[in-house]
Each structure stands twice: as C-alpha cells, then as structure tokens.
Write a new protein. Structure first.
Length: 522
C-alpha cells in the first residue's frame, strides 16, 4: 500500500507525539529548505536562526510585502508613539490605568478596521488588524515599556493581559476573533479521530462530545503563554490556513514550515504533515519539486508513513522516467534532490540501492554492459547479499568475458571478491575466478615460467579447497594440469610431472585428459 492509499493514516499519528523542541523541529524542517517570499523575510529569519540576533518587530513584519524602508518608517512610528506615551505623568499612574492608557493610545493610532486576514504590517499601512496582529502590537508596547504581560491564545482569539499576576488587565477588542483563520472542519475531524484511535480520548467522551468541543479542548491543551517567537510562528500558521483555503497545498506547506521553525509544536507537526501529503499528491509531474516533496513526506513517520511506502513511490518514479520515458537525465536530477534531502540514513541507503539497481537493469537490457556494471557495483555496495544484483553482475562478467586479457580479468574478479565477499557464495562467480587461475597456470607453464605456474596452481587448489562444490570446467582443468606435466616431463622431472597430474585427478578424478596423461607417465 503506497502513499496515495494512506492519506487516512495521517490521523493515527498525533497522540503519539511527545513534547517537541526546537531541536526536533530541525528534523522535519531545515533552514536551507525554507521557501522565502521576499528578501525581507529571508533577512529576518537569518538574523534569528543564523546570526542569533532576533528582531521581533522585523519577524512580525517578515510575512508581509513591505520594503525595508517602509518597515523602517513603521518602526519609527511605533517608537514615536511609545515615546509620546511614556511621560512622567504616565509613569505615576496606577497599573490598571497604565494598561488602559496603552490600550487606548495604540488602539486609536493603529486599530482602525478589523480584518481576520490582516497581517502585522497592515496596522501601519491601512489600520486593518486581526486578533493576532493586535496582540503583537500590544505585546511589543508592553515589553518596551517594561510592563509585565502575558499573551494568551484561545480557540477564536489571541489577546494580551497586562499585569497577569495582579490586575490582569485584558487588552483586546471584544469584537475581534480569528475568523477566517480557524481550522477547517475536515482537519478538526481528523485531529479528534486520531486522538480517539490512540485512546487519548475515550470512546465515551468521543460519543458524548462534538468534534468542535473536543478539538478546542485538545488542540489548545497544555495552554501556556505565548512568546514573541511563537506569535510570529502563529502568524505563519494562519498564512498556511489561508493558502489551504485557496487550495494551494504546496504554498500552505511553505508557510507551515516557517511556522514550525518558529513555533515547533504538536499542532505544527500535524499541519506540516497534512500539507506535505496534500502537496505531494497534488503534484503529478515527476520533477525536482516532486522529489523535494517526497523527501519531506519521508520524514512523517509518526503519521504512519513507512520506508516501504517511500521506496514504492520512488519505484513508480523510476518506472515512469526511466523505463516508460527513457529520461535517464531527469531521473538522475530527481534522485540527486531526493538523496540530498533524505535524513533517514537507512531509507537513504535503500533508495540508493533501488536507483542503482534499476539503472543497471535498464542499461543491461540495452546490452550496455560496461555502464550497467558500475550501477550494479554501487547496488551491491548497498546490499551485498541481494541475489538479483549478484546474478545481474555475474551475467555482465560473463557477457564481457572476452573484452580483456586473462590476467586483467583475474585481477578484476579478485577485486570484486574482496569488495563484495558475498559473490564467493555463488558458484558461477567462483567458476569464473577459478577458470582465470587455471588459465594463468596454463599460460605460465607454456611460457616456461614454472614458478608463476606453481603460484597459480596453488591459488586454484586453495580456492577449490575452500569451495569443494565448485564445478570446474573439464577442458580448462585438463589443459592447465597437462601443460604443467608436459613442462616437467620435458625437463626430465617425470616424478614431478606425475605428481602434478595426480594432484589434478584428486580434484577431477574423471578428467579424460588427465587420465590419459597419467597412463602415458606410468
């Protein structure tokens, strides 16, 4: 069963997650993979993640479309507003009146029109505001004025509370809510069902409470005050919801990735996985974007995605690009992207094997044996015991048998045996190697090089002793040992000649050439 059959398995993951930290965030999303919408946004992220010099005002602005100069003007306006408020008279007021003064001043200056889709930047351009952007504004103001505050999130609202330990002054407009940024009903159903499947929600509670009630209870569970960084992440979460509503899953994924980088949590993991799977299934073209999405989906193991599913999807890509279309270069480009983004080393190795094996098979079918051999060698490096790879590799060795001299062929076979010892479990390979020893033995004695001949006879006999079920070619055996016997006989060493023949007969007692040589020497 492949990914396209497993969208429903997404619902099985959420309750199995434990607390997510920024370190865990890096396992699903890396800075290098972020798709930035502008240089301003990239700069804001670089300052936080690379330079470790966080500018929250810039981070709040990052998702918008303002230029650097426009952001600078907005920043100056904000701090001028603070300066005009932060007078001696203000400082002498009681806590509750301070909080009210801040609320009234910033509401008058910036909160002109409620728009649930408004970004933080809209406060300074059109006066449009959302629950979240208003909370960002009040939070920054209280922070700069060194007034204690807490940012709270509710199912339909984000608000700031000044002096949370004492006066608890809530700074919000009661008419505002998240509006368009609420989670879709389908996503809520999946979320709640996943908790039921994992027995976080009991069958009784599931039956007695509605989806909306259960979603609000568990999605906003473990509530705590939001940090500025998490508020920035929340803004990207809402951007992702907006793209999802527009049926743009890939763009939604990009926003959720930024949200997860800034605010890693169970919910952003869920949103990442949901958008990632949707983006992958929606992207039909087998190109580098598809490879990127597949690599990201491979990270979603907690949602029920298995290595076998990823391998199955890549196999389909290979079939489409290579065997159906002959687009070898496009497959190579696809694989390079997939391999570079793969974080699971065991899966990375499995995909490397599949890529090399299928490329080898494709080239073998075209009788392009030399090219195929290099791919099968890389496949064997990943899976030395794979019998299909071994069989194909040996067939290539047989097909290319006449393309090199015997010594070079023997050296190559010995090198292969050293690199891939499992080849020595295959008697076809062993027969090929033993044949080269016999051939070198024959050639050496025929050239009058007895020492060399004895060296290769020793190699052959030791090799046979290690592989007693080896099937030795009768002709090669007869030629090699007879050439040695002839050499010694001509040198007047009849007993040595007889000894060599008897040694050969112990290995191949029915060899006709050796039996004839023995009769002639007796």
């Amino acid at each position: 069963m492949l990914i396209f059959d497993l969208m429903r398995s997404l619902t099985l993951f959420i309750a199995s997650l434990v607390m997510w930290t920024s370190g865990l965030a890096q396992e699903l999303v890396t800075f290098e993979e972020i798709s930035f919408s502008s240089d301003v946004e990239k700069n804001a992220f670089e300052k936080h993640f690379i330079e470790r010099n966080t500018d929250y005002f810039r981070l709040f602005m990052a998702s918008g479309s303002l230029t650097e100069s426009a952001i600078a003007r907005a920043r100056a306006d904000f701090y001028n507003q603070l300066a005009s408020l932060n007078t001696d008279k203000f400082k002498s007021r009681k806590n509750e009146k301070k909080a009210r003064a801040i609320h009234d001043a910033f509401s008058t200056a910036y909160l002109k029109k409620f728009d649930p889709n408004a970004r933080f930047e809209d406060l300074f351009t059109s006066g449009a505001f959302s629950s979240l952007s208003a909370a960002m504004l009040f939070g920054l103001a209280l922070h700069e004025l060194q007034i204690p505050y807490a940012v709270r999130e509710q199912p339909e609202n984000v608000y700031v509370m000044a002096y949370p330990a004492s006066e608890k002054v809530v700074m919000e407009n009661p008419a505002i809510s998240l509006g368009a940024f609420t989670v879709s009903h389908e996503m809520k159903v999946h979320f709640v069902k996943s908790l039921k499947d994992q027995k976080v929600i009991s069958a009784q509670e599931y039956a007695s409470s509605g989806v909306e009630t259960l979603f609000d209870k568990y999605y906003f569970a473990n509530h705590r005050d939001l940090t500025f960084l998490e508020m920035a992440g929340l803004q990207y979460t809402y951007e992702g919801f907006a793209r999802s509503a527009e049926d743009k899953p890939k763009e939604a994924l990009f926003e959720f990735e930024k949200a997860h980088m800034l605010y890693p949590s169970e919910r952003t993991v869920y949103l990442l996985m949901s958008a990632g799977l949707s983006a992958f299934t929606a992207h039909e073209k087998r190109d580098q974007v598809h490879a990127t999405l597949l690599a990201k989906v491979a990270r979603y193991k907690t949602s029920g995605i298995t290595d076998e599913m990823i391998v199955g999807e890549f196999y389909k890509v290979i079939q489409h690009l290579l065997f159906d279309s002959g687009q070898k270069d496009k497959l190579e480009a696809y694989y390079q992207v997939l391999d570079s983004l793969m974080v699971n080393e065991s899966l990375k190795s499995e995909l490397a094997f599949l890529y090399n094996y299928e490329n080898g098979r494709y080239l073998y079918n075209q009788a392009r044996y030399k090219e195929a051999q290099s791919f099968f060698e890389r496949a064997l490096a990943r899976k030395p015991a794979d019998q299909n790879s071994i069989g194909a590799f040996i067939n290539i060795l047989i097909q290319t048998k006449s393309t090199s001299d015997n010594f070079s062929r023997m050296s190559a076979l010995e090198g292969h045996a050293k690199s891939y010892p499992t080849l020595l479990h295959n008697n076809i390979f062993n027969a090929l190697l033993s044949h080269t020893y016999l051939m070198e033995m024959q050639l050496s004695f025929e050239a009058g090089k007895a020492n060399e001949g004895e060296k290769y006879r020793s190699k052959f006999e030791n090799f046979f002793a290690a592989h007693p079920d080896l099937q030795v070619g009768e002709y090669e055996m007869g030629q090699a040992y007879s050439s040695a016997a002839v050499y010694y006989f001509r040198k007047g060493q009849s007993s040595k000649a007889r000894s060599v023949v008897e040694s050969g007969l112990r290995i191949a007692p029915e060899n006709r050439a050796l039996k004839m040589s023995k009769r002639m020497l007796d």
